[in-house]
Design a protein around this ligand. Structure first.
Ligand code: CUA
Length: 155
């Protein structure tokens, strides 16, 4: 069976493109270190309640207009459930899951993170506008997934 010259050319081009993309992705990942920024810190998901800082979930003032929210997620709640910060605050969320993978999405902001058991997720956001911000779990986590929500109050 004889292969048409055009066919050979296109095979070579498409194979070359695949190799090119793989080389490019590999260069970004291993040379430039452009992997996903999260999941760098791990935690034993069985011992979340006795591992600092998650043994004391809550809202902590860590500087002028700067807060840290230490949060645990579990089926089907966020702890702390009540979060209140003054307008203009920068809030650093430190989160982990005690059971399955959950999501942390805050409507009206760019906050959107996956919170997995065994991993510590960190994400920050400045809240300029006062209001009630809806926090949703956007990863299906079981029968009560649609009820997993809370609010962040910015005053
Ligand atoms: Cu937690 Cu869906």
């Amino acid at each position: 069976m004889k292969m048409h010259l055009d066919e050979k050319i296109w095979l070579i081009i498409s194979f070359g493109m695949i190799m090119g993309f793989m080389a490019f992705t590999g260069y970004q990942t291993f040379v430039l270190g452009m992997g996903p920024p999260s999941n760098m810190e791990t935690i034993d998901p069985q011992k979340v309640d006795v591992t600092a800082p998650f043994d004391n979930p809550g809202v902590y003032e860590i500087g002028e207009n700067e807060y840290e929210v230490v949060m645990t997620l579990e089926i089907f709640s966020f702890n702390p459930g009540e979060i209140e910060v003054p307008a203009g605050s920068t809030v650093h969320f430190t989160m982990t899951s005690k059971d399955v993978t959950h999501g942390f999405q805050v409507a009206g902001t760019n906050l959107n993170a996956m919170v997995m058991p065994g991993h510590i997720q960190k994400i920050s956001q400045k809240f300029d506008e006062p209001g009630e911000y809806l926090v949703l779990c956007n990863e299906y986590c079981g029968a009560g997934h649609q009820h997993m929500a809370t609010t962040i109050t910015v005053k």
